[in-house]
Design a binder for this molecule. Structure first.
Ligand code: URP
Ligand code: ZN
Ligand code: ZN
Length: 466
């Protein structure tokens, strides 16, 4: 029987750092040994000398092949998952969408069809609910039985995804009965829409108006309201893509009162700022590449978000990967910032960027593992199978070389998009090897597994149990 051993590395989990060899059989970790297991002639050895051996990244917020803003996100389950793997992410949780007037079933089937035969790494789904009526509330039970145990609802995007408080509250109550988790896009979209209309009427069309019409207070208020609804329903709630200080303060206040309020932020809110939306002198439309929602904030928010990560007020860093090419896609909003498809690429660069945070002392090594893998596994019902290096877990493992510098560029990254928001940025570490269920899939930036498209498996997630 072929076994794989990852030798000479330092294993890092959310809680511990220790020297050990990691033994893998049949896709699972079977032993962590400090000495004494002899390699057989068939066994495959991977040298991790000088490297950290960490659980594969889990990106619990991606939008692959998503119809949005009059076009489709540029990565599908093929290119998006291959890119993820190159960056050390071995599991994604993507958002299936209930079409308005359609069923959750149809939305889920559509997403299974997008992923099957294409995904190169393991994947799960959240379900976006665009209506919480008697039918869809009933259907939530079937989703949960199938391992789709979390639901996203939007206070933003009127006419597209926005649902009212009554629907959110009903869905929360139902999630509470079933052990599901409601995740919230918490920006109050109706007043934002008025600000957008007013800006356009005044002739403001440039990308920076995306930020100027989506103020921080709209997110803070949405966050407060979502937490209040969850408190009334006596259920946990998870804020997606939290971007700013005041929204974070709402989460901190709730957590200080002992409420199960969780929040994720994204690399773009930790590393980029509102000024990117201004573009270059003479090319203000370059800012379109930085249009994502919530909008990038002024720089001073960064410190608050890093502190939130250190202090456990922010639980996760996911990417909200939702790429659109500048050519033909972002271009749709050249004369009207509100028509720029919202979203940025990021699934491949999350670990690279956060590693920079480790080298700068902003987060510890163990916290890096926790926010990129362990916490999303726990919150979204995958822990034990995914999210740690332990006997019995799936052998989703990254050999992380802390000295393997890399320059981020659209030309060498694998995301199917014609720009990088981080073009030219030198990052201090990167994966030497990436294993998915025990199979070496990426080595020194090359895809090395025999199979690529379709090797990923659907992950049936458990109910919320924190
Ligand atoms: O700009 C974004 N975030 N696009 C994806 C949709 C969403 O709101 O997550
Ligand atoms: Zn959102
Ligand atoms: Zn999103």
């Amino acid at each position: 029987m072929t076994r794989t051993i990852i030798q000479n590395g330092t294993v890092v989990t959310a809680s511990d750092t220790f020297a050990a060899d990691v033994w893998i059989e049949n896709g699972k970790i079977v032993a962590l040994a400090q000495a004494g297991i002899k390699l057989g002639p068939e066994d495959q050895a991977i040298d991790a000398k000088g490297c950290y051996v960490i659980p594969g990244g889990i990106d619990c917020h991606t939008h692959l092949d998503m119809p949005f803003g009059g076009t489709n996100s540029a990565d599908d389950f093929d290119s998006g998952t291959v890119a993820a793997a190159h960056g050390g992410t071995t599991t994604i949780v993507d958002f299936a969408i209930q079409q308005k007037g359609g069923s959750l079933r149809a939305g889920l089937d559509a997403w299974h069809a997008k992923a099957e035969g294409k995904a190169a790494i393991d994947y799960g789904f959240h379900m976006i609910m665009t209506e919480a009526n008697a039918g869809t509330l009933e259907e939530m039970a079937a989703c949960i039985r199938e391992g789709v145990t979390s639901f996203k609802m939007f206070m933003a995007y009127p006419g597209v995804f926005l649902v009212d408080d009554q629907q959110i509250f009903r869905a929360m109550l139902r999630a509470g009965e079933l052990g599901g988790l409601i995740t919230m896009h918490a920006e109050i979209g109706l007043p934002i829409d008025v600000l957008i209309q007013r800006a356009l009427a005044e002739g403001h069309t440039a990308p920076i108006y995306h930020a100027l019409t989506r103020p921080e207070i709209a997110e803070a208020t949405g966050t407060e309201r979502a937490i209040a609804l969850a408190e009334m329903a006596k259920v946990p709630v998870y804020m997606v893509h939290l971007s700013a200080q005041r929204a974070l303060e709402r989460v901190m206040e709730a957590r200080d009162r002992g409420l199960p309020a969780y929040a994720e932020t994204c690399p773009q809110y930790l590393f980029l700022d509102e000024d990117h939306l201004r573009g270059d002198p003479g090319d203000e439309f370059k800012g379109a590449g930085y249009v994502a929602t919530p909008a990038l904030r002024p720089k001073h928010h960064h410190d608050h978000l890093w502190r939130g990560l250190r202090n456990y007020d922010l639980s996760v860093v996911a990417t909200d990967h939702c790429p659109f090419c500048m050519k033909d896609q972002k271009e749709l909003g050249r004369n009207d910032f509100s028509k720029i498809p919202n979203g940025m690429p990021g699934v491949e660069t999350r670990l690279h960027l956060l590693w920079e945070g480790v080298t700068q002392g902003k987060i510890s090594l163990n916290r890096f593992v926790e926010i990129t893998s362990t916490a999303p596994a726990k919150i979204f019902g995958m822990y034990g199978k995914k999210g740690t290096i332990a006997v019995g877990a799936d052998a989703d493992v990254v050999v992380w070389d802390p000295k393997r510098e890399k320059v981020l560029s659209k030309d060498t990254l694998h995301m199917r998009v014609d720009y990088s928001p981080f073009e030219g940025r030198k990052v201090p570490g990167s994966p030497r090897a990436v294993l998915s269920r025990g199979e070496l899939i990426v080595e020194n930036d090359q895809w090395v597994a025999k199979k690529k498209q379709g090797r990923g498996q659907f992950v049936r997630r458990g109910t919320f149990s924190l």
